[in-house]
Design a protein around this ligand. Structure first.
Ligand SMILES: [Zn+2]
Ligand SMILES: [Zn+2]
Ligand SMILES: [Zn+2]
Length: 53
């Protein structure tokens, strides 16, 4: 009975949609990967093809 909430990754150039349960939460934002969560300061891309981040 878990309604899985899907959120778009909060990284602007990222197109990924992640479930809130799997996302990396930072503040009130949800990210698909460590790279997105840290703002791509040290990690480029998100590991998913088709994303421009
Ligand atoms: Zn992505
Ligand atoms: Zn992302
Ligand atoms: Zn990203």
């Amino acid at each position: 009975m878990s309604g899985v909430t899907m959120m778009k990754c909060a990284c602007e150039t990222c197109l990924c949609v992640v479930s809130v349960a799997d996302a990396i939460k930072k503040g009130d934002k949800y990210y698909c990967s460590q790279g997105c969560a840290e703002g791509h300061k040290t990690i480029k891309g998100c590991g998913h093809s088709g994303c421009g981040c």
